[in-house]
Design a binder for this molecule. Structure first.
Ligand code: CP
Length: 304
């Protein structure tokens, strides 16, 4: 069973293989299944990028897509996640892509269902497909991760993107810095060092901004002054290294964590990240599904 649940379950070789496959898909090449394969996308939390880029990836691979939204399903009648996935498996789904508000939602499924589970984001836990598309974007820019400085800014504590990226970037040889309000520092000793925002920005090859995750906070946060205290202003952007880039998993809150004028500036790779998301998700689906299909890899096969 080839699940994708967290980044730390992937070896460096597996990560580079996924990135290589994503590049193949970007070039219009790569594996596509001959069989009829059904994949169900289960989104229990809102999503635009992850949901639709998985759907585009699935359609580019010729997969049959079963879209599920909790509000229009029997979850409303009390059906559990486990019973929902078991039902989809019985009906014929060959894999499930799941976003869920609970950290580690997948633990109740492991070993109990026999189809691959792809984590599309679990609470404050992990977001491996986002992390892989971030890695692809960084690799396209710098060729390697070794000795790069990547600073991650903002609501670190509630960010599954920060958690997944800090782990894997450190494993791949990058130096990770964090900055942001003290109250949102992560209590679980993430790989990386906290520094003041101005210092982090000056040192970084990659400046990665995060949205304030209001939906995961107990108290209301007023974002007034957040940009000048913690965000990427135009003044700070001028302090960045010559070839440094700006990244953000999005959705972006304009003029909160980043000045709106910087979102599409020359340094920004924010929309490039989204474009890469489709190719990385095609590679993730290949990894999950290749073993359950009969056909062989068709290198050089043009699929669109
Ligand atoms: N980056 C990301 O996960 O965006 P969505 O919440 O829109 O999927």
């Amino acid at each position: 069973m080839t699940n994708l649940l967290t980044m730390n379950e992937l070896s460096n070789d597996e990560i580079f293989s996924i990135l290589e496959d994503a590049n193949q898909y970007k070039d219009g090449k790569g594996w596509v299944p001959n069989d009829t394969i059904f994949v169900s996308n289960l989104f229990f939390e809102p999503s635009t990028r992850t949901r639709f880029s998985f759907e585009v990836a699935e359609k580019k691979l010729g997969l049959q897509v079963l879209n599920f939204t909790a509000e229009h399903s029997s979850v409303q009648k009390g059906e559990t996640l486990y019973d929902t996935v078991k039902t989809l498996e019985s009906i014929g789904a060959n894999a499930v892509v799941i976003r869920h508000q609970e950290d580690h939602f997948f633990e109740e499924l492991i070993g109990k269902v026999s189809i691959p589970i792809i984590n599309a984001g679990d609470g404050c836990g992990h977001h491996p497909s986002q992390s892989l598309l971030d890695l692809l974007t960084i690799k396209q820019e710098f060729g390697s991760f070794k000795d790069l400085t990547v600073s991650i800014h903002g609501d670190i504590r509630h960010s599954r993107v920060a958690r997944s990226n800090a782990e894997v970037l450190t494993m791949l040889g990058a130096n990770v810095l964090f900055s942001g309000p003290t109250k949102w520092q992560d209590p679980f000793n993430l790989n990386g060092q906290y520094v003041a925002v101005d210092e982090a920005i000056k040192q970084s090859d990659v400046v990665m901004l995060l949205r304030i995750q209001h939906e995961r906070h107990n108290e209301k946060t007023n974002p007034f002054n957040y940009l000048t205290e913690y965000g990427l202003t135009k003044t700070r952007e001028r302090q960045m290294k010559k070839n440094a880039i700006i990244m953000h998993p999005a959705p972006v809150n304009r003029n909160v964590e980043i000045d709106a004028d910087l979102i599409e500036c020359e340094r920004s790779r924010i929309f490039k990240q989204m474009e890469n998301g489709v190719f990385v998700r095609m590679a993730i689906l290949k990894r999950a599904l290749q073993q359950i299909t009969n056909n062989q890899e068709v290198n050089g096969h043009v699929i669109y």
